[in-house]
Design a protein around this ligand. Structure first.
Ligand code: NDP
Length: 386
């Protein structure tokens, strides 16, 4: 049997690096045919990865770094490309399994391209589902590939969902660590910097998702992601704060049973499951020691201190392009927060105001409509940031 063909979009990020670690553990370049690896600014790492994994193609999304990547891979025979067309090229080549791990809306176009040609999509980039919603799900279905969740919560639900008992599904319970400010007042949160906000108590992740965990915007995105992924109503989605991040999420059934998936806070388990599904790979990750963990705590989320959760419910209730709008406004506000231009709490204020501004925006019929809504939301957010 010829080796499985793999592409990793966003190979140089936190999920990308973990994906390559899983691929290494399962045999590396002798066991997998690495079709394409993509990155953005981290050219050294991308070049090293491409050489180690003997990739056919390495792509930087940043056109200005094309020559740097070309130089770094000179004499290796590895093809090099850059920019949007380079990302499209990476997505369109014939890998049967594509890890979608670019951060933000930048991941939507290449992931859609891979989905449309029928690749199995291992979805870390939740923004695809938050922005494009059912259009994205339909694109995967039309292509004929599978949509395999990588977000640890959605992987947990995917694992706890009994396919033949879907009719008996009552609710899904998304767990949330609560982030570094779980017990903080709004007054305390008002003055935090990006460096403080990025320090997650349990997970080691990229900057955007770390800050999203602190504001709970990440959970807001995950609520919308869950709706599209599991075809549930907003009322069936619950959020539960669980500071230890051991129970990754749960599914409640009509007989009162709740099935959970547990594990160490390590993305490699979810990535490995998406890679070998429905089989389970043998992975060198930490095993849970329940006697040492001793206790698991749960508490209701506080939507006053963390308004992002309320905004997700609003977006779900309004439907249409509100997911895309919330995501784009929040991404723009996040960039302004990291640049020190707005405060931590203002991120939610800006997202809420832009969502309000665009309430009457028509629902998307094609993905171009999603990009248009995304662009307008960014423009309005920038206007509010000033
Ligand atoms: P990182 O910031 O660590 O990595 C992002 C990746 O995207 C890098 O490869 C980066 O390249 C690349 N990239 C950045 N900007 C662009 C752009 N404009 N165009 C193309 N590529 C770009 O993010 P994470 O790995 O943390 O997250 C990736 C996705 O996975 C996000 O959607 C996140 O929500 C999701 N996710 C992450 C989890 C985690 O544990 N980290 C858990 C669950 C979901 P470079 O580094 O070379 O600049």
């Amino acid at each position: 049997m010829s080796p499985r063909k793999i592409t990793v979009l966003g190979a140089t990020g936190s999920i990308g690096v973990n994906t390559l670690d899983v691929l290494s553990q399962l045999g590396g370049p002798d066991a997998f045919d690495i079709v394409a690896l993509t990155g953005n600014g981290n050219i050294d790492l991308l070049a090293r990865q491409a050489k180690t994994f003997r990739a056919d193609l390495a792509v930087t999304a940043d056109e200005a770094r094309y020559q740097d990547l070309k130089d770094a891979l000179a004499g290796t025979g590895i093809e090099v490309a850059a920019g949007r067309s380079g990302l499209a090229e990476a997505a369109e080549r014939d890998a049967g399994w594509v890890m979608a791990a670019i951060v933000g809306t930048a991941g939507l176009a290449p992931t859609l391209a891979a989905a449309r040609r029928g690749a199995d999509i291992a979805l870390a980039n939740k923004e695809c589902l938050v922005s494009a919603g059912d259009l994205f799900v339909d694109a995967v279905a039309a292509g004929g590939g599978r949509l395999l969740p990588v977000d640890s919560e959605h992987s947990a639900i995917f694992q706890a969902l009994e396919d033949d008992q879907r009719h008996a599904l009552e609710r899904i319970i998304l767990t949330a660590s609560g982030g570094p400010f779980r017990t903080w007042t709004r007054e305390q949160m008002a003055g935090v910097t990006a460096d403080i906000a990025r320090a997650h108590p349990n997970w080691s992740m990229g900057l955007k998702i770390s800050i999203g965990s602190a504001s709970m915007f990440n959970k807001a995105l995950e609520m919308i992601e869950a709706k599209h992924l599991f075809n549930v109503t907003p009322e069936q989605i619950e959020v539960l704060v669980h500071p230890q991040s051991i129970v990754h999420s749960m599914v409640g059934y009509t007989d009162g049973s709740v099935l959970a998936q547990l594990g160490a806070p390590d993305m490699r388990t979810a990535i490995g499951y998406a890679l070998t599904y429905p089989a389970r790979p043998k992975l060198d990750v930490e095993r849970l020691d329940f006697a040492r963990i001793a206790r698991l705590d749960f508490e209701a989320p506080d939507e006053t201190r963390f308004p992002a959760l309320r905004l997700a419910r609003t977006a779900l209730a309004r439907g249409g392009v509100q997911g895309a709008v919330m995501n784009a406004a929040e991404e723009t506000a996040f960039e302004a927060f990291v640049a020190g231009r707005i405060g931590f709490l203002e991120m939610a204020d800006i997202a809420e105001a832009v969502m309000e501004d665009m309430t009457g925006w028509p629902a998307a019929r094609v993905t171009q409509d999603v990009f248009a809504a995304d662009e307008e939301a960014r423009r309005l957010a920038r206007q509010r940031i000033g």
